[in-house]
Design a protein around this ligand. Structure first.
Ligand code: GDP
Length: 538
């Protein structure tokens, strides 16, 4: 066989065409807005699973996927991320799960570094809630376009115009409804498409376990069927036309406007419209800029970004798994890649697609897909893997920690296990680990964005590394970046301490509170106390 013929047989589908039919997204929401229910409804509509209830969920719906850790079960929250692939209408939708608890926003942040679009899910009765706002800010900082889905319209809630107003006033995002509800929240009759005006009357199916029946009516039939609710929706639509709330692709992609859809995930109302919108409007994977700002086109040889590390998913295999978002080229199982941070080869004999706790071996993947690589002890969150010409993507910034505690092994005889465990949790990004000569090796300072991270560390140290720890909380709430020149003077001040972050050797000044920081800055204008992150996420 000639070289040309051989490369032709190995060519497989074209990465450009494969990228074009993919959409990679996450759902951002406050706990209880309905993320699990929506995930299930999306998968159901796309027929990825046979009936609702098998994907996700709480209580008795707890199912096949996600929620694998003992602790998660005990707490009823989802700590870890899974990726869900949904095949729909010739397209591949990759839904990256974001942890649902407010304390895990750092983890969520990393997931948002691996998506091309986000669905902002709102509870119709609650509108924008604290975690929605925080996650939206992350999307804005990373320029991730946002589609808004107003959920639970089958229950009493707020006025649709009032919800749009809240979005515009509080986060400065211009809402452009793609459909409009007929019937107030709690008396949901159907959806009118904008523009166009096609009306879909919705009929609830018992239990919501199958597709909602959707019936298309013309204007006359709709007016007869819905009466005053139809007339009111008509008035509201006129108002929307007057204020020019029409969809605009450029401002959506720039993060200045957001297409809005109404619906109810539980009875599967309006979920099909969301799937169609993702395919029609959400951006497909495109060239990713590297750390130097040079784009890596999707047709370039393989490259991928590690956005999550996870250990011990499967008790039988005590492995470390790296979740990688494919950025360019075609991934083929067995490829030997280069780990950009060390220049070392990385074999991919065992790669998997992960559907919650179910794993399937995968052989190929394309831009926008998520692969899970096992035996990935050498990798860290933010690392790049590549084939062909070298590329390194910009590291994923982390949130500024606000909670600090000294960790010690309760059993001094288990110091080796203690060190190994702390190192591993640091590598995985479960917690940031700080140290200083003063505190010594046996008593590192753990830095967390939310206090629940400490519980995860304590649990895993005791159960996974057999090195139970005790934590002594420190009276600091602020971390700032400093430098070698300022460190000794800062360290000597009351209410401040300087430590080195192990992962990147950055010098961090921990400070009692923001008042103390102000006093330090006022009295010592020459000392460096820079915010940890650019982009206002602190
Ligand atoms: P998560 O915390 O965001 O994942 O929220 P869940 O999907 O677990 O939903 C929280 C609660 O809201 C559950 O009791 C769901 O059954 C309920 N729920 C979710 N979507 C809807 C909806 O569209 N209508 C109604 N009535 N309830 C919903």
């Amino acid at each position: 066989m000639t070289v040309a013929a051989e490369s032709a047989t190995h060519k497989g589908p074209d990465p450009v065409a494969e990228a074009a039919r993919r959409r990679t997204f996450a759902v951002i929401s406050h706990p209880d807005a309905g993320k699990s229910t929506l995930t299930e409804a999306l998968a159901l509509h796309a027929a990825a699973i046979a009936s609702a209830g098998a994907v996700h969920g709480k209580g008795e719906r707890r199912g096949v996927v996600s929620d694998w850790m003992e602790m998660e079960r005990a707490r009823g929250i989802s700590i870890t991320s899974a990726a869900l692939r949904i095949d729909y209408d010739g397209h591949v939708l990759n839904l990256l799960d974001t942890p649902g608890h407010a304390d895990f926003s750092e983890d969520t942040y990393r997931v948002l570094a691996a998506v091309d679009c986000a669905i902002m899910l709102l509870d119709s009765a609650k509108g924008l809630e604290p975690q929605t706002l925080k996650l939206f800010e992350v999307c804005r900082a990373r320029r991730v376009p946002v589609i808004t889905f107003v959920n639970k319209w089958d229950r009493p809630g707020r006025e649709p115009l009032e919800l749009l107003d809240e979005i515009e006033q509080r986060i400065g995002l211009r809402p452009t409804p793609l459909n409009w509800p007929v019937g107030i929240a709690g008396d949901f009759r159907g959806l009118i498409e904008r523009p166009g005006g096609a009306y879909t009357k919705l009929e609830r199916t018992p239990g919501g376990a199958t597709r909602a029946r959707e019936e298309t009516l013309n204007a006359q039939q709709a007016a007869r069927a819905e009466g005053p609710a139809w007339a009111q929706a008509g008035e509201e639509l006129e108002l929307l036309a007057e204020i020019g709330a029409d969809y605009d692709q450029a401002s959506f992609l720039a993060g200045a406007s957001s297409p809005v859809l109404f619906g109810a995930a539980l009875p599967n109302f309006g979920v099909a419209a969301l799937l169609r919108t993702l395919i029609a409007l959400a951006p497909a994977p495109s060239a990713q800029p590297d750390a130097g700002g040079r784009p890596r086109p999707v047709q370039a040889p393989f490259s991928g970004l590690v956005f999550k590390m996870q250990a011990n998913m499967d008790k039988a295999h005590r492995d470390r798994m790296a979740f990688v978002r494919v950025c360019s080229g075609r991934f083929e199982r067995g490829m030997v890649l280069t780990h950009a941070a060390t220049g070392r080869p990385f074999a991919t004999k065992y790669s998997q697609a992960v559907f919650g706790s179910q794993r399937h071996t995968i052989d190929t993947a394309y831009p926008g897909d998520v692969i899970a690589l096992v035996n990935a002890a050498a990798l860290r969150v933010g690392d790049t893997l590549y084939a062909g010409p070298k590329v390194e993507f910009a590291p994923i910034p982390s949130f500024a920690p606000e909670h600090f505690a000294v960790a010690r092994a309760t059993d001094a005889g288990r110091h080796k296990q203690f060190r190994r465990g702390i190192d591993q949790l640091d590598t995985e990004g479960v917690i940031q680990v700080l140290s200083s000569e003063v505190r010594g090796d046996q008593a590192p300072v753990l830095a967390a964005v939310g206090p629940l991270q400490f519980d995860v560390v304590a649990h895993r140290m005791a159960h996974e590394f057999r090195a139970p720890i005790e934590l002594a909380h420190l009276d600091y709430s602020i971390a700032r970046r400093t430098d070698a020149a300022s460190a000794p003077a800062l360290h000597a001040l009351p209410g401040a301490e300087v430590l080195t972050r192990r992962s990147d050797h950055a010098l961090l000044a921990l400070i009692h509170n923001k008042w103390r920081l102000r006093v330090i800055q006022r009295d010592n204008p020459d000392l460096t106390t820079a915010p940890l992150l650019a982009g206002g996420l602190e």
